[in-house]
Design a binder for this molecule. Sequence first.
Ligand code: GAP
Length: 453
Amino acid sequence: MADAVTMDKIVSLCKRRGFVFPSSEIYGGLGSSYDYGHYGVLLKDNIKQRWMSSMVQERDDIVALDSSIILHPEVWKASGHVGGFSDPLVDCKFCKKRYRADHLEDSQCGQRPSKKPGETSDCDLTGARQFNLMFETRVGALEETGVPVYLRPETAQGIFINFKNVAAIARRKPPFGIAQVGKSFRNEITPGNFIFRTLEFEQMEMEFFVPPSEADEWYRYWVDERYAWHRRYGIRESHLRIRPHDADELSHYSSGTSDLEYLFPIGWSELEGIANRGDFDLSAHTAASGTKLEWVEQDGSRYTPHVIEPALGVNRSMLAFLVDAYDEEIVAERERTVLRLHPQLAPVKAAVLPLIGKSEDMSGRARKLYEELRQVISVEYDDGGQIGRRYRRHDEIGTPYALTIDDQTLEDDTVTIRERDSLAQERISIARAREHVLDRLVAPWSSPKVDSP
Ligand code: GAP
């Protein structure tokens, strides 16, 4: 059963509060493309930071890389993308719509949305044809003489082709990994379901190079490790599951893949993939480039490492966190919409609110606290409108703590700290406010939302 949180509610909140906007909206929009507003950028950045921190900062065996989006076109031949990275498509000659041949059951007829393609007497479907998902462009000034190249459809290949460079200076031997975050592009034709599937998206991919005999063990390790990461940042157990691929689903390079699936409003769908890629990539690039992408032991023996790859989309992860966090409840007979995001993911960590914005004493104290906090965390000062409205705005963007400066502050230098999830309010000394918030931000957190599908 899908969650009661609908995609419409998420889309509406994202637009209303400036997380995500439809791209090119004033020109009528462009399908499966979105722009990220202020809070969307901050949330995405926090997701990337948490991922990078878990991969690089908290470990000794993974290093970072940032490779080019446009690579030598031979890379994509060797990787199998030129020949094989395609979807089977059919066109309807009557309504001019295009469909995934393997998703006709889930598609709507272009003329009669209550029907599936092919079900009306007007439908005139072509046979299935393979359609490559890579965007092509040209390097060079002239259309006629420029060299055709591709926008990368995954960040992974940039890592494989740098294996030799990194291995030479990383001061690590297999098992070791290379992590990368960056944009990828795919000419997706299936409906995007908001930011679940988009034409351009950021990926967080890590290629973990291991001795061949250890590949299965490390594959299982990374499936568990990645499952734990999503749980650590609040995804509820009831909404996350591991689904090993059947043999007929495996990509050309994979000898084992598991999807971490999330219960999105569209049903259980892939959130992240963890693949055992064997030696496919390093061997393919060795054969195509003539450069040996191998590991050489001190005794001179050599082998091609096998690769375990966890790959997660930033936007898809953001959508899962938003859906998991979205909550509505009645408080004092009023509906409250709240994003129960993990405090470390929340775009704004604390709001500083003078109870009476026009009071110079209160706003002066509040400004001082705000200036102190903004040195270390993302914080907002807000003195406009009734305090209840200000709280509600911050609930909707997921701000975990609100610090209110009131009459009592002027008497005893204390402020109230209001907790987004429990709505509990506590008085703390203004001098300790910074330390207090920082302590709470690093404390373990789990979603107070009901943990059932
Ligand atoms: N290097 C392996 C690879 O790219 P993938 O399953 O095609 O594998 C990995 O992609 C992850 O990237 C997916 O699990 C998903 O989170 C994200 N992703 C893939 N295509 C996407 C798209 N069109 N829009 C948003 N995210 C996408």
